[in-house]
Design a protein around this ligand. Structure first.
Ligand code: FES
Ligand SMILES: [Fe+2]
Length: 440
């Protein structure tokens, strides 16, 4: 439970708000590369952190993220002409480059130097593996893009989707730090069918948690009972400011997870969020299952199963096989978080032991916001290229030897292939997903 004031501090992300100002110190995902696929392709509208922007790729391939409204008299540049290394407004022909310089004001006299006096708002972009990240903060404080393992993966070994979540970002992000829900929201109906021997998430529905602060955010371990002497440990990482690394992958020949997924929650505004799901493989080719979310998302990035159609919930399925009767993890997560309302009132909750990850996330963010308000640097703003290595932020899952308190102190330091791992994460058809929900 939070006070109303703490809740407000966390959920407001517009310019000038404490959380909004802090998030603007980081690179955040803004759009997919495919939305502006080639030089001089049409610009697109991008709403981000309460700001209306247009994104375009100029004639040389550079990406521009401009304030949507023309500096002259405010016409939307979305309707502009993307030509000859700039975006030209259709009202009076002013033309802007990716850095916001005014290149041309053709309605002014030929000798006018007016264009030199105007600078249009433009934000830096960084493109990596099918995603375009934006930096909306002060120019002189721009950080390095963090050195993540997935950023170095070959594009052909990656996949990414973008979908609209009709609620505040924090409701989505909290779900990533709440491992307990996987035993319910993404499970089968208890007793309806036999539970696989290695389906620890379904067998132990009240995991213990081990949570540590790190140099990138939080390391969250959910520990469940397994065969005698062993615990099943899922390690999710929260990374400042808006993402989580999640153990979602099949295993390679050595039994290691072959990659993981990164789930980003970029606020569109206070009550809507862009969810980006990025995944990569280290060695194995991608499978249809890896991109299962694509079939759930329409061309406008809205999900086919939504709040306004009750997620096409199937009550027969819910009675017989599936805990929710709602197809696909993406829609189940959306139902759980959107149905709370656009901005949930956290002063009315009743948090239990299963909510430790959520509590840790809120506390971490509140501490970071307050520190930033007092002029301190929040965690994981990367400035030193010699220290820019965050490969240790990956997500893992596997069996470890239990210690006296039922947890394991091996997990943080041990490499996964040193652990006694088993192939819990097998991929199957959508109907066998109750045996694979541990993937979520
Ligand atoms: S409003 Fe854009 S050129 Fe006049
Ligand atoms: Fe989930």
């Amino acid at each position: 439970m939070l006070t109303r004031e703490e809740n407000e501090l966390l959920v407001r992300i517009g310019p000038g708000t404490p959380m909004g100002d802090m998030v603007r110190r980081y690179w955040v995902p803004a759009l997919l590369s495919d939305e502006i696929p080639e030089p001089d392709s049409p610009p697109v509208q991008v709403s981000l952190l309460g700001e209306s922007l247009v994104a375009f790729r100029d004639s040389t391939g550079r990406i521009g993220l401009l304030d949507e409204h023309c500096s002259h008299r405010g016409t939307s540049l979305f309707y502009g002409r993307n030509e000859d290394e700039g975006l030209r407004c259709i009202y009076h022909g002013w033309k802007f480059d990716v850095e916001g310089r005014v290149l041309d004001t053709p309605a002014e006299p030929p000798d006018s130097r007016f264009k030199e006096k105007v600078t249009h708002t433009a934000y830096p972009a960084h493109e990596v593996n099918g995603m375009v990240f934006a930096y909306l903060g002060p120019a002189h404080k721009r950080p390095l893009f963090p050195g993540y393992e997935w950023a170095d993966a070959s594009r052909s070994m990656t996949y990414v989707t973008k979908s609209l979540l009709d609620c505040n970002y924090l409701q989505g992000l909290e779900g990533e730090c709440d491992n307990s829900h996987t035993s319910f929201l993404h499970s089968g109906v208890r007793g309806a069918t036999a539970v696989a021997a290695d389906n620890y998430t379904e067998k132990d529905r009240a995991p213990r948690y081990q949570i540590e602060a790190t140099d990138f955010g939080l390391s969250l371990q959910a520990i469940r009972a397994a065969e005698s002497g062993l615990s099943y440990v899922r390690t999710t990482r929260f990374l400042m400011p808006l993402s989580a690394n999640v153990p979602v992958a099949s295993r390679n020949a050595e039994g290691d997870l072959d990659g993981f997924e990164v789930h980003f929650y970029t606020p569109l505004d206070d009550s809507r969020t862009w969810r980006f799901d990025f995944g990569f493989r280290r060695t194995q080719p991608l499978t249809e299952h890896d991109v299962h979310r694509r079939s759930q998302i329409g061309p406008d990035f809205r999900r086919i199963r939504r709040l306004d159609n009750h997620y096409l919930q199937d009550r027969d399925l819910q009675r017989s096989i599936d805990f929710t009767g709602i197809q696909d993890f993406l829609n189940e997560d959306a139902c759980a978080t959107e149905s709370m309302g656009p901005i949930v009132d956290r002063s009315r909750e009743h948090l239990g032991a299963s909510d430790q990850g959520v509590i840790a996330l809120r506390r971490f963010l509140l501490d970071a916001i307050r520190a930033h308000q007092h002029g301190e640097e929040p965690p994981h703003i990367v400035k030193d290229s010699t220290l820019n290595d965050f490969r240790h932020s990956g997500a893992t899952a596997g069996l470890v030897e239990s210690t006296a308190n039922g947890a394991s102190d091996l997990v943080e330091s041990a490499r996964l292939d040193d652990l006694n791992t088993v192939a819990v994460e097998s991929h199957g058809s959508s109907r066998s997903r109750r045996y694979t929900h541990a993937l979520e």
